[in-house]
Design a protein around this ligand. Structure first.
Ligand code: GLN
Length: 495
């Protein structure tokens, strides 16, 4: 049955428990879908032998009864997660050949629950980008195309491989990470669901660091229920990450009642941008009406410092990246440049880093080093940190006024053509994150839900932003929105 890879996690879980399907059969269906989808360039390291081994162990466990929800579920893993003995390169040449001796906490929890790893997924190099075009493996491709137009489109970034793989039914769900929007923007571009949990919900241990005060892992799935199921297993306290929260993890799936009567949903006026396509504006209005019809109260709110979020992010994220990426020096991991006679250690560092890092990563390292330098630290880095506090306070104020969740567009456009932005100013690409970075700066949970198609037949997403640690409530609001939007479209298969 080749359609098995099209199942949602919840459907596969129920079928596995009833004995209607085996994990080996599910895994084989996904492996064959992956083999037929090389044109999408979503999987960059395939692990079929490991997958089948894990699947058969899962079948034994399920037969023994009382298996966890994810037992036997085939997943794709973003290349940013360290997976023991399996290439983990963060889509960078500098990590070529690196096979970690350890497993990240998040993937360890997934595999401990019996999930099956199909392989590693494409992404932007070190998660820096919004189109998957900075990857050393070449870009992943969006399975969606515009009506009557064969232009290859970006799946978004940085978790572009994860988005493409889930949207094209190559796996049942995937892990992503989100530093400024990298789960939510690709989810919106490919018609799937993605949640970035509250900062500290998922352990960052064993995930290649980009900007440590912003990075969070999260699930990318075919619907909100699947996101709830996967998130439950991914999060939880980890003593190996000092920023991981020691808080109980509620049963997120059990909180999906769809009842949002009396909830107050804020509509921030600052998210109405000049030049925003009218279709995004219209979708946002529809989202508001759907939530109102479901019994929520819609309230206009103001988040006055929103306009400073993107500049603050593009100071803070490169600053942290420049420090985190200092460890790639040609000595400890991956690639080392071939040296010429007479080269010393300085030349070795310089040549290795010049060869190993792509242009976007080099740009971030240079910007980050500049904003942290003695002469400019106060003018840029310290000022950005203060702006960050003001942005966080904007959210605290509206939550203190009783707002339960905030509705915004997920992205300022639908998926764009690959290569379309390659000659543009890098700031044009950074504008993709305008609706998502505020959430990382404030450490809040945010979810992107597919809510409609544009005139050219491409998916568009809406974002809901929640109170800290209230992912269950946020997912329930997302569930109500999903029910009302009734988004069921799938990309036509051309690959
Ligand atoms: N697109 C943003 C950037 O390039 C966000 C990336 C991310 O969330 N990892 O930094």
């Amino acid at each position: 049955m080749s359609d098995l890879s099209k199942l949602k996690i919840s459907e596969a879980r129920d079928a596995l428990r009833k004995g209607d399907v085996t994990s080996v059969a599910l895994t084989e269906a996904c492996l064959s879908a992956i083999e037929g989808a090389n044109a999408l360039n979503a999987f960059v390291h395939k692990t079929p032998d490991l997958a089948l081994e894990q699947a058969s162990a899962a079948d034994t466990r399920i037969a023994g009864g009382a298996a966890p929800d994810l037992c036997g579920i085939p997943l794709g893993i973003k290349d940013l997660f360290c997976t023991k003995g399996v290439p983990s390169q963060a889509a960078s040449r500098i990590l070529q050949g690196f096979k970690p001796e350890y497993e990240s906490t998040v993937t360890g929890q997934l595999f401990g629950a019996g999930a099956v790893m199909l392989g590693k997924l494409n992404m932007d190099e070190f998660a820096m980008g919004s189109s998957n075009e900075t990857s050393t493996y070449g870009n992943a491709v969006n399975p969606w195309r515009r009506d009557n137009d064969e232009t290859a489109l970006t799946p978004g970034g940085s978790s572009g491989g994860s988005a493409s793989a889930v949207a094209a039914d190559l796996c049942l769900g995937a892990t992503g990470t989100d530093t400024g929007g990298s789960i939510r923007q690709p989810a919106a571009f490919t018609g799937i669901t993605g949640i970035k949990p509250t900062y500290g919900r998922c352990s960052r241990w064993g995930i290649v660091a980009f900007a440590s005060s912003l990075d969070q892992a999260g699930p990318m799935t075919k619907d909100v229920r699947d996101a709830a199921i996967m998130l439950n297993t991914m999060c939880g306290h980890d003593p190996k990450d000092s920023t991981s929260a020691d808080l109980p993890v509620p049963d997120f799936e059990a909180m999906l009642t769809g009842d949002i009567r009396g909830k107050k949903i804020g509509i921030p006026r600052e998210y109405r941008m000049d030049g925003m396509p009218d279709e995004i504006e219209a979708l946002w209005t529809q989202g508001r009406e759907m939530l109102r019809d479901a019994g929520a109260e819609i309230v206009d709110i103001s988040l006055p410092h929103t306009k400073y979020a993107l500049p603050a992010y593009y100071v803070i994220a490169p600053a942290e990246a420049s420090s985190n990426l200092a460890r790639y020096d040609g000595v400890r991991y991956g690639h080392r440049a071939t040296l010429s006679h007479g080269d010393g250690i300085t030349e070795m560092y310089e040549k290795t880093r010049a060869e190993g890092f792509g242009p976007e990563v080099q740009r971030r390292v240079m910007v980050g080093t500049y904003v942290l330098s003695a002469g400019f630290y106060d003018a840029y880095y310290n000022r950005a940190r203060k702006v960050r506090t003001l942005i966080k306070r904007d959210f605290e104020n509206v939550f203190a006024d009783g707002i339960d969740a905030i509705l915004t567009p997920a992205t300022p456009s639908a998926a764009f053509g690959l290569g379309e932005m390659s000659h543009a100013d890098p700031v044009q690409m950074y504008l993709n994150d305008v609706f998502t970075v505020t959430v990382n700066l404030a450490g809040l949970p945010g979810v992107s839900v597919p809510a409609g198609l544009d005139r050219q037949g491409l998916p568009l997403g809406l974002q809901l932003i929640g109170r800290p640690w209230e992912e269950g409530d946020l997912l329930n609001t997302a569930y109500a929105l999903e029910q009302a939007a009734g988004f069921v479209a799938k990309p036509g298969k051309w690959w």
